[in-house]
Design a protein around this ligand. Structure first.
Ligand code: SAJ
Length: 438
């Protein structure tokens, strides 16, 4: 342990980062910039070649990342490999592979994690530190990671290797800055592992490093996103209430949040992304059988119910305009899950479009952040019987409502993100129905 601590302090320890996605790649580049020798292990050969050539494969605007990658590759501080043999001289291995949750099963798929552990084990040097950054269900470190690593490395935990869980806190568009400025939880499978991991992250994290045990760290990560999902579900339920009593949920929210200690979230057309819709299920999966949880699954159901609710608003608006939804031309604005990003993971627009098409509508999708949907807004909207706003992109906030009105064939406007002003829309002759403001 002392040798490793010294090697970390002196930055002599070589770091292997397994999985060069939106978590692993920024981490690999940041440790390389800090002065460590880093090898990135990427199983996708094409991606490995691209990154090895200093080309950043991550979509969307990630300030500083492409330049940093070019720098560390050019300086030889970061190398990329597909073979785990390149990990043999690394005394630190950091795993950042995907841990998706099945839409139907609501259970995690640990295939990528298991493969990484199985391939790393035989190449793990004695006395190394292994850190998991991927989001995992509580009790995964104890029940899957530890036994698999002991089995494949032939070494015992805390004798042959140290093990810690340090969940990522990345956000699209803020990958590098979050790595530096977000507080991090370090869940050591032993106090020694926690200390070693803390010494390592101190080189790249300017914020708090809170050392705890692995189970607590697993609970913190999944809870922080379950908390957000429940908060959003509360806002969505208030929005549905407001619709039914003819109030404006956004005005209600604004005034509620003027009350001390209130932080009502924003109602909307659904909850997408790589974390918020998935981590509540990881939390429940990892604690299955310990509690018959009610609030967390109900919140998930409320949020998953928002895209169908938006489709119902469209059907209602078309009906008021004397247009059956069957055969109606519907322009859906926004394919991303989050405003001003080109990230479509678990986008609420997907179930919305499925629902509209099931009802017989002819759907055109528009999104300036996706090449396949970035036709001119006028072209997307012209001749439509209904316009549905699903994402609060700046492009939509800046759109001219008068022009929009001149392009449509039937003036029905469904606002899933409170982008347009209801009074102004109605003044122009739109049948306007907004989530939380109908
Ligand atoms: N959303 C709402 N109402 C809200 C907030 C979000 O409907 O009040 C919707 C968004 O439109 C989106 C989805 O929820 O479809 C998720 O939004 P998000 O802001 O949670 O974005 P994510 O998925 O990128 O969440 C990440 C998380 N970060 C990590 O897991 C490390 C989350 O914990 C962060 O709080 C969030 O970024 C952030 O604050 O940006």
């Amino acid at each position: 342990m002392d040798n490793l601590i010294q090697a970390i302090r002196d930055q002599k320890a070589k770091v292997a980062v397994i999985g060069l996605g939106y978590v692993g790649l920024p981490v690999a580049c940041t440790f390389a910039r800090a002065g460590f020798r880093v090898v990135g292990i990427e199983r996708d050969e094409e991606k490995a070649t691209q990154i090895g050539a200093g080309i950043c494969p991550i979509k969307g605007d990630e300030p500083g990342l492409a330049e940093l990658l070019t720098d560390v590759i050019g300086a030889g501080k970061l190398r990329v490999a597909t073979d785990y043999a390149d990990c043999q001289d690394a005394s630190i291995a950091l795993i950042a592979v995907e841990t998706p949750v099945g839409h139907q099963s609501r259970e995690p798929s640990y295939d990528a994690l298991r493969t990484a552990l199985q391939d790393l084990g035989p190449n793990l040097g004695r006395g190394s530190l292994v850190i998991i950054e991927s989001t995992i269900a509580p009790r995964t470190m104890e029940r899957i990671v530890k036994p698999l690593l002991e089995e494949t490395s032939g070494m015992k935990l805390d004798e042959g290797f140290y093990l810690a869980y340090c969940p990522e806190r990345v956000m699209p568009g803020k990958l590098l800055v979050n790595l530096r400025t977000c507080n991090r939880v370090i869940g050591g499978m032993s106090p020694e592992a926690g200390e070693l991991a803390s010494q390592l992250y101190r080189h790249i994290v300017e914020a708090d490093l809170d050392i705890t045990d692995a189970l607590t760290a697993e609970l913190v990560k999944t809870t922080e996103n379950a908390y957000r999902d429940v908060q959003i579900a509360f806002a969505n339920e208030i929005a549905l209430l407001c619709e039914n009593v003819g109030a404006d949920a956004y005005q209600v929210r604004r005034l509620v949040n003027k009350s001390p200690y209130r932080d009502m979230h924003v109602p909307g057309a659904g909850v997408g992304g790589h974390c918020t819709p998935k981590d509540p299920w990881l939390l429940l999966y990892g604690t299955a059988g310990r509690l018959d949880a009610k609030l967390i699954p109900t919140a998930r159901a409320i949020n998953d119910g928002m895209p169908p609710h938006v489709a119902a608003l469209a059907e209602e608006g078309l009906s008021e305009a004397g247009r059956p939804i069957k055969g109606a031309k519907v322009a859906v604005l926004g394919y991303a899950y989050l405003e001003n990003t080109s990230d479509d993971r678990n986008s609420p627009t997907v179930p919305l479009v499925d629902r509209l098409q099931a009802l017989g509508a002819k759907v055109t999708i528009h999104d300036p952040h996706f090449p396949q949907y970035s036709i001119e807004l006028e072209e997307a909207v012209t001749g439509s019987d209904c316009v549905v706003v699903m994402v609060a992109h700046d492009a939509y906030r800046a759109a001219d409502l008068t022009a929009l009105r001149s392009w449509v064939s039937t003036p029905v406007l469904i606002d899933g993100r409170n982008v347009f002003d209801k009074a102004a829309a109605r003044e122009l002759g739109f049948i306007y129905k907004g989530v939380g403001n109908r």
